[in-house]
Design a protein around this ligand. Structure first.
Ligand SMILES: [Zn+2]
Ligand SMILES: [Zn+2]
Length: 395
């Protein structure tokens, strides 16, 4: 770790505004938006091959031979680009966790886990502190971003398998998860992340269109519309969405999550393993907390992105918040080890990473340090020949 005085500080000017906007987030420290790259020179994105573009057929790492940045934080990898053809993609194994209908066997499944016995590298949300971050990334903006990523993470349980699941992944002979159990009723558990929250107030006087309110003579007018992203293999279509429940705030085993049953499905991309769900939330406190979390998360993504995205080939922190074994939410930290770029495309990618996951983590958002908020995201898919892996996303 270099001398802190030698670090190049990048400051943002509107810190006070950000702090004020985020005061309503419970248990959230004000945003400390000063953020720095631990290097001695002035950041120059043109130095970085990821910005200029490189011949990805060459993965020798020679592009970094003349890199003068501080090597104690910027470790140029010898190999990191791999090209994949969609028809030859290594789909590997999913990480959906099965359970009985009530999920009462999930703790025993967790205790019997052979992938990460003891789960020592998973951090319960309430225990997560800035000191868990690797020293090179120990900054308030990154710490708070991860807290908000966790706050926007939900558990998803599904009670049936759609008869419309395909036999194979598109353009592949890899079997599609649970095809052999199409039409069966049993419970599976995965993870999702909230990507949009719209708050409706009585002033707007728009009745909540959820099934409960549609059947009520007095539908509520104060509610939230929430969109959730997960993996297609977690919740495949409307048939499965209707038999799915979303657990908000399942942060500890003795917590009291808000559970919304019967979701809606509004978009599916089988090839990219992405699925989008929605629901209506009546709990006003939850809606307000989600709106605040989303606002803060977008701001912090922008702040961190400005500094780190140009250096994404070097600063590889990869963060996942998920519900391993369908149990309470855990944060795991690691680094990506392979960036797999689709043949013929500069920015369509999948990643492999050291970040711990277990069955139940399928569908969790994979945060790559500096990734901008907007865009086509990488959801955790499972494990393949190269370790834990994401679905397809856009950098
Ligand atoms: Zn496990
Ligand atoms: Zn309603």
């Amino acid at each position: 770790m270099g001398n802190k005085q030698g670090r190049h500080m990048l400051k943002w000017r509107n810190n006070e505004k950000r702090c004020n906007q985020r005061e309503s987030i419970p248990s959230q420290q004000p945003v400390q938006a000063d953020i720095y790259l631990d290097k001695t020179g002035t950041p120059d994105p043109a130095d970085d091959p990821g910005v200029q573009g490189v011949d990805i057929s060459s993965s020798s790492g020679d592009d970094h031979q003349n890199d003068t940045r501080d090597k104690d934080v910027v470790t140029a990898p010898p190999d990191y680009f791999y090209v994949f053809d969609c028809k030859a993609i290594d789909h590997g194994d999913h990480e959906v966790e099965e359970s009985d209908e009530a999920g009462s066997d999930l703790h025993s499944r967790k205790a019997a886990c052979s992938k990460n016995p003891g789960h020592t590298h998973f951090i319960p949300v309430a225990s997560f502190t800035i000191d868990h971050l690797p020293e090179d990334y120990r900054q308030d903006a990154i710490f708070q971003l991860i807290q908000l990523q966790a706050r926007l993470t939900v558990k998803i349980s599904t009670r049936c398998v759609s008869p419309d699941r395909p036999e194979f992944y598109p353009d592949s002979d890899a079997p599609y998860p649970f095809y052999n159990r199409c039409g069966d009723k049993f419970t599976r558990n995965g993870t999702g992340m909230i990507w949009e929250v719209q708050k409706y107030t009585p002033e707007a006087n728009i009745p909540c269109p959820c099934a409960q309110c549609l059947n009520s003579p007095d539908p509520i007018t104060s509610y939230g519309y929430v969109r959730i992203q997960t993996a297609a293999h977690v919740v495949f279509d409307e048939i499965e969405a209707r038999e799915s429940a979303c657990f908000f705030g399942y942060d500890s085993e003795d917590g009291n999550p808000v559970v919304i049953d019967c979701l809606s499905h509004f978009d599916l991309d089988i090839a990219n393993d992405e699925s989008f769900l929605s629901c209506y939330v009546h709990d006003e406190d939850l809606v307000n907390a989600l709106v605040d979390a989303m606002t803060g998360y977008e701001q912090l993504c922008g702040i961190v992105s400005e500094v780190y995205w140009p250096y994404r080939l070097h600063a590889r922190l990869t963060v996942i918040a998920s519900h391993p074994h369908g149990c309470s939410k855990q944060i795991s930290l690691g680094e990506w080890t392979r960036m797999n770029r689709m043949y013929g495309s500069d920015n369509v990618t999948t990643y492999n990473y050291t970040t711990c996951t277990c069955p139940g983590s399928s569908g969790a958002y994979v945060y790559l340090l500096g990734k901008p908020r907007r865009g086509f995201h990488h959801a955790h898919k499972g494990t393949n020949s190269y370790g834990n892996c994401s679905g397809i996303g856009i950098d």
